[in-house]
Ligand binder design. Structure first.
Ligand SMILES: C[S@@+](CC[C@H](N)C(=O)[O-])C[C@H]1O[C@@H](n2cnc3c(N)ncnc32)[C@H](O)[C@@H]1O
Length: 286
């Protein structure tokens, strides 16, 4: 009885049906009441779209469930932990909390020159003009600007950080010094956002111990390296109790090497010329 008006129009609306019909007919019968044209032009395409959306949601859900399972099993979480850490552990080490941009002045303290001897560090990196260097966790650019002069004029420094406030400070610094070959890059906790196969040297000064996703970060870093690319860690020596830095912000050479073992990197050397820090060098494995 109510099929007639529907058959004559493709503008289907439940409002066209008398209330009694809606109440009395279950969904399958309502579908049957639609004209063949309505079913072909409106109903079936809509169902196809809904099924596609549901299926892709299911696949994405399965994929992210896979990733999160892998992440969970790679890391351990403890509610009782060091106040300087985040309660997340990787291969027996607690990950340190990220140093906030509010502490930026500490990175630019004048005593740093003598405590860390950055010129000596840069000299050890043996950079060439034209090299592409990624300074991961660049902060205010204290190290980036020293690298920039070594690779100029054609080389560049990709200064990666996860805090936009740090990148703003870095950008202002470079502008005031007239340095034009430092490119700020906003990364995420698990991805430095570097183009693949593009970097000659990845440097991390006092930062690796803060990575919330060390395995994921290092995997992405390995993908960004050119075939002969190097990865250099500069970390305060955990082996030396005289180094006046909080324990979670130091790393031993053995721990760095243990954490790099699952990655396509080969340890080359550990250079001990700085007063407080290791310089630990790896190259990309073919
Ligand atoms: C202690 S500061 C060192 C800054 C700089 N390397 C220096 O020596 O002056 C650590 C920096 O690493 C950054 N950081 C932490 N986790 C990061 C990640 N996953 N990717 C990029 N930067 C990160 C922080 O935002 C912070 O600016």
């Amino acid at each position: 009885m109510c099929a007639r008006p529907l058959e004559s129009s493709v503008r289907f609306s439940v409002a066209n049906l008398p209330n009694r019909t809606i109440a009395r007919y279950p969904l399958s019968r309502m579908v049957f009441l639609l004209s063949a044209r309505m079913r072909a032009e409106v109903l079936y395409p809509a169902v196809a779209v809904l099924l596609t959306m549901a299926f892709s949601g299911f696949c994405n859900g399965a994929q992210s469930a896979d990733l999160s399972t892998a992440s969970v099993s790679r890391y351990e979480y403890h509610s009782v932990h060091d106040p300087d850490g985040i309660g997340k552990f990787y291969l027996g080490r607690e990950i340190a909390a990220v140093m906030g941009h509010q502490g930026a002045d500490w990175l630019e303290r004048p005593e740093r020159e003598q405590e860390e001897q950055p010129a000596r560090l840069v000299e050890q990196l043996k950079l060439k003009p034209g090299d592409v260097v990624a300074d991961i966790g660049a902060g205010t650019g204290y190290v980036s600007r020293r690298l920039a002069t070594k690779v100029a004029p054609r080389g560049k420094v990709l200064a990666v950080d996860i805090q936009p406030e740090m990148l703003n400070l870095l950008t202002n610094q470079m502008a005031s010094l007239g340095i034009t070959n430092v490119v700020p890059v906003l990364g995420t906790e698990s991805d430095p956002k570097l183009p693949p196969n593009s970097v000659d040297l990845v440097l991390m000064v006092d930062v690796y111990h803060e990575f919330e996703f060390p395995y994921e970060m290092m995997s992405a870093i390995c993908r960004s390296l050119r075939p002969s690319g190097r990865v250099v860690f500069v970390e305060f020596r955990a082996e030396d109790p005289q180094v006046p830095i909080k324990p979670l912000h130091k790393m031993s050479e053995a721990q760095v090497r243990k954490e790099m073992a699952p990655l396509p990197l080969r340890w080359v050397e550990t250079i001990e010329v700085l007063p407080r820090q290791h310089i630990i060098v790896f190259v990309r494995q073919p």
